[in-house]
Write a protein of this length. Sequence first.
Length: 276
Amino acid sequence: MVSSSDPYRGLRELPPFPAIATKLLRVLSREDSDLRDIQNLIRTDAALSTELLRIVNSAAFGGSMPISSIQAAVMRLGFERVKGFAMAVSLKGFLHCIRIDLLRRLWRHSLACGLVANDVANACSTSMGHDDRAYTTALLHDIGRLGLFSAHPHEYAAVLEQATGADLRERERHAFGMDHCQAGVWLAERWQLGEEIRHVIATHHDPPSTGDFQMADAVRVAILLADSLGFDVIAPARTFNLAEFRAMLPRPAQFRFDPDPELFKTQITEQLDAFD
């Protein structure tokens, strides 16, 4: 058990959130941001540019002609998708020990949730799917788990070995004096990630709303769906079938979101592999 005198000590010792990711979030939060803003920002970071081009040219996203510039990458994938990819690459850079198997699973879960959330948001409404907010918030929803593991790798691995989807947060509170939602909100506030992201981090285990369906609800559905497709870290408390997921969505979206589960899982897996 981590000392209760300062349960946040380990989180305090984590490196700061990547500067390039913080700048990206600021640009993405502006309604007047455009293609040139994103291109110029990505170009300032050689590692980000290189990794982004590698992903764009991977089998999951590549076309017949290789891409060699950020501008061409945007032309192939689209403005919103490139923004999302840049955010994912920046977050991956924060996880310097990504090759540890358990941390890699945590990372792939977060990325899978982002990819699924993007599709769910697009099905829900034109306004909800017009930018990458659902993707970005879903990508960042579990930074508390990533942070706890990075700060306390052995202790957190032991918690995950014993936990189930039903009792994970209780075990986290016993071991660390906080659960991953509380840890995530603390980190999001420390890193100034924005109110919408903090709200999703704090409430992502809440059930989706059956009334006023908001972007946070699209993320909650995406997390449940990603877990049910097998992109979980520990077995979820309950899995759902596709019909149950569609019933969680606003009625118009139920007709627009009807993927074949196995094909959808394969597509998500191929995209995850491109980031490895």
